[in-house]
Design a protein around this ligand. Sequence first.
Ligand SMILES: [Zn+2]
Length: 311
Amino acid sequence: MHTYAIGIDIGATNTVIGLVRDDARIVGKETLPTQQYTESKPYIADIVEAIRKVMADCGVEAIERVGIGSPNSSYETGCIEENTVNLRFKERIPICQMITEALGVPSALDNDANAAALGEMVYGGAKGMTNFIVYTLGTGVGSGIVIDGQVLRGVHGFAGELGHVIVDPRGRQCGCGRVGCLETYAAAGAICRNYLEAYAEMHGTEPTEEQKAITCKQVGELAAQGDKAALAAYDKTAYWLGFALANAVAFSEPEGIFLFGGPTQVGEILMKPLRKYFEENLLFLYKGKVKLELSHLPSNDAALLGSAALR
Ligand SMILES: [Zn+2]
């Protein structure tokens, strides 16, 4: 007899709700367009509705718990905090309380990157590791830091925002209001920007409006075909990311660092230059000792599995 949990991954673009079996199989999924919601109440009501629907569709009558991975969330209070970067509703949302009241099961909340780290530890490449870091690359850049087998949460549950370490104080404007965060060089949109800058430099002309609408996935496809500007875009991201990862190693001496998210799906196009810049920038104490790998989880399911593991 299997038991089930719901994992919810709140992303800036989509909210994915997964029904997860105790053997880590995702038996059903629903998706809501996060960006279409400007208020939290109808958003939560639709999440509850989607949970009921996925359970009914799969013939599952009972779930043990709901785990939610969300940006700017507090594990302690179960609330998504005010003014979350990349979400349109700006008020504080007591999401755990709302979901528990609606469904009558316990729920837990953590940021999406911490959830991904738990997923990696329970089901993925970090099995058996007690010290590692997961970086999540997507609309933004997040991270989950595990030290001595525990997710590092910090005083208010906000530890591990390694996407917002400043790598270039005279660099690009970040969505958080500061300048030069890692996110502005390593998020999906940043890779597109790298591409457009490299294109302008190589061709001596500004890109067309059509070219400016390029997606990170398309930059990846161009890079796979050997396009020089696209390869330069990934090399630039690898440079800043390698340097930031090397600094993170000095902080917690992890056994491994795992990367996951859409922009990492280009594989070696990113990982080859990244390993080079990472090793170059590591303090001698750590050189050659830190594993740097792509997440071992199916990229679409890592956050869901991690969320479902929250309690
Ligand atoms: Zn920032």
